[in-house]
Ligand binder design. Structure first.
Ligand code: ATR
Length: 276
């Protein structure tokens, strides 16, 4: 049998990455002949690592913290969703070309659309945070044509900048606006936590009334236990979901970019959930 096609996930740190497990499961399920490994790269060694990977015949890479911006800069071609995100998490090597893509936002949207009964079209969506994670999901969210997309952030100016930047992709179909956490009105259907507050067990200080029955609250973070954001939302009657599905769906989209095949994410989600 021929050598398997090689892919890697690049980051620093990288030991915790679940991507090799996810892609090994996708490959086994679809019969795609590939090998997928973690690659720890020094903080100043990303460009060299890419060069070496391309020379060695590697077919593509996922990119994680802290290299997503460098991956964006080094890409010779970029998808529209990568341009909008200003970051790249998926690279496809094609001769001397480096195709940069970003599958994070589609991962979030697909997790909501395919794995929950929630519909984004026509919904009022509140996005908490205005950093890299938030920016990466705005274009795919707008593509679903929500009635409103409000970006709320601790540093309000960053939320305002994002709202202004994304007007060019909005086509007037959604009310796109920005505010501070304290000013958030209690009339949203979907609340997405894209802040890193959960990492320090903190909550974005939005009014408690924002969470109520009928609200769907999504935290991009995940862990063995529900995050503090999920517990807070659920205690006020909202339905809460963590970001494990987003992780798996963004990987499935990367797998599709590389192989042209869509894996079945359900069994992979169940296996990873059980192993948390
Ligand atoms: P990431 O790539 O995870 O998005 P980032 O670009 O550093 O990381 O952005 C972190 C986001 O979480 C920002 O929106 C940040 O708010 P500021 O822009 O005001 O810094 C937000 N954030 C981090 N810690 C927070 C906390 N304890 N409460 C509320 N928001 C927080």
């Amino acid at each position: 049998m021929s050598q398997p096609d090689r892919y890697v996930v690049i980051g620093n740190p990288i030991a915790h990455s679940k991507s090799p497990d996810i892609h090994a499961r996708f490959a086994a399920q679809t019969g795609e002949h590939l090998q997928y490994e973690r690659l720890l790269v020094p903080l100043d060694g990303f460009a060299d690592a890419l060069g070496n990977l391309m020379k060695s015949g590697c077919r593509g890479a996922n990119v994680t913290v802290p290299f997503k911006l460098e991956a964006f800069e080094l890409s010779s071609q970029r998808s529209e969703r990568a341009e909008a995100a200003g970051a790249v998490n998926t690279l496809r090597f094609d001769g001397t070309d480096i195709h940069g893509d970003n599958t994070d936002g589609v991962g979030l949207v697909n997790d909501i659309l395919c794995n929950t009964p929630v519909r984004i079209k026509g919904a009022r969506v509140l996005l908490l945070g205005a950093g890299g994670a938030a920016r990466g999901v705005i274009l795919p969210l707008l593509a679903q044509e929500p009635a409103a997309l409000c970006i709320a952030n601790r540093t309000v100016a960053k939320a305002e900048e994002l709202a202004e930047r994304f007007q060019q992709w909005n086509a007037g179909k959604s009310r796109l606006e920005a505010c501070g956490f304290e000013q958030v009105a209690p009339d949203f259907d979907i609340i997405i936590n894209a802040t890193s507050a959960s990492l320090s067990a903190e909550l974005p200080p939005v009014p408690a009334a924002v969470f109520r029955e009928g609200v769907f609250a999504y935290d991009m973070m995940y862990g063995k236990e529900p995050t503090v954001f999920m517990r807070h939302a659920a205690s006020h009657g909202a339905t809460a979901r963590d970001g494990l599905g987003m992780l798996i769906e963004q990987a499935a989209e990367a797998f599709f970019v590389w192989r042209g095949v869509r894996p079945d994410t359900g069994p992979v989600h169940n296996a990873l959930r059980a192993a948390l």
